[in-house]
Design a protein around this ligand. Structure first.
Ligand SMILES: [Zn+2]
Length: 273
């Protein structure tokens, strides 16, 4: 699932390629995923508009268009954004296909049907958008402000890091990575963390995100629809050796989310469910 580092690198890739390019054709293949808040027919609303930039807010990729509209993509669990030469044929879970005046195409694909693409004149109309906290990698989010934001949330630290109203952009994978780096048990209650431990979480959050952006920027290339996660330390690697101590990485599955961590480096008692 694309998180802040993935979407940031996709944004950097798309910005020079999409800016000033006009949408020549638009096909909405899965209307449940593509939410047109402008009214009218979605394809007609899109065709002829020009991309102005590529931006990001939390886990939303924002593609501002001319005539005061923005295409906002929130890929959620499994959505993928593809850019490049047109595919010879559509795939079953392609939700939106934009053919561009320069011969390229931009395509949103979602095997889980969980993401959303919004076309809107006002980002505040997008559910949860305005409730997002500061970007987790915002240079202006200093340690003291981070502590202050966490103070209102006494619960499990992993749940707080992935709460988009606290900080925006972190999901299941990068929360695991951050807590591994901070050497904090993911199910520790924030209220049990010391002043120093909150500082460790903050430092690990900044380092993990910056490092991931640098790695992805180097490795992603043109295949922006392929998620690169092999460089992560613990997430997606249960049973493999912890890169720090060599212990087997543990997995705890709750609802649909799996948490991966090292019981040696991140000790803690399993919290009651
Ligand atoms: Zn370890």
């Amino acid at each position: 699932m694309p998180e802040l580092p993935d979407l940031e690198v996709i944004r950097r890739y798309l910005a020079p390629r999409l800016t000033d390019v006009v949408i020549a054709e638009a096909e909405v293949r899965r209307p449940l995923i593509v939410r047109n808040l402008l009214g009218g027919k979605t394809a007609e609303r899109l065709v002829g508009r020009r991309f102005l930039a590529a931006a990001r807010r939390g886990k939303f990729l924002l593609l501002p268009l001319d005539q005061a509209a923005t295409l906002a993509i929130n890929p959620m669990l499994a959505g993928r954004i593809r850019y490049g030469e047109p595919l010879p044929r559509d795939r079953v879970r392609d939700a939106l296909v934009l053919r561009l005046a320069d011969g390229r195409e931009l395509r949103y694909h979602d095997p889980a049907d969980m993401g959303k693409v919004y076309l809107t004149a006002d980002l505040a109309q997008i559910p949860t958008f305005s409730e997002q906290g500061p970007e987790a990698n915002d240079p202006d989010l200093r340690l003291e402000a981070f502590r202050e934001r966490l103070r209102r949330h006494p619960g499990e630290i992993k749940g707080i890091l992935t709460n988009q109203t606290v900080v925006a952009g972190i999901g299941n994978a990068y929360a695991d990575e951050i807590l591994w780096r901070a050497q904090i048990y993911p199910f520790r209650k924030r209220s049990s963390l010391s002043h120093e431990e909150i500082g460790q979480v903050y430092g690990a959050m900044r380092e993990t995100l910056a490092e991931a952006i640098a790695i992805l920027e180097e490795r992603m290339g043109d295949a922006i629809d392929v998620e690169i996660r092999d460089f992560l330390a613990v997430h997606g690697k249960p049973g493999q050796p912890c890169p720090r101590c060599g212990s087997a990485i543990s997995e705890v599955a709750r609802e649909r989310r799996s948490t991966h961590f090292c019981r040696t480096c991140q000790p803690g008692l399993m919290a009651a469910r």
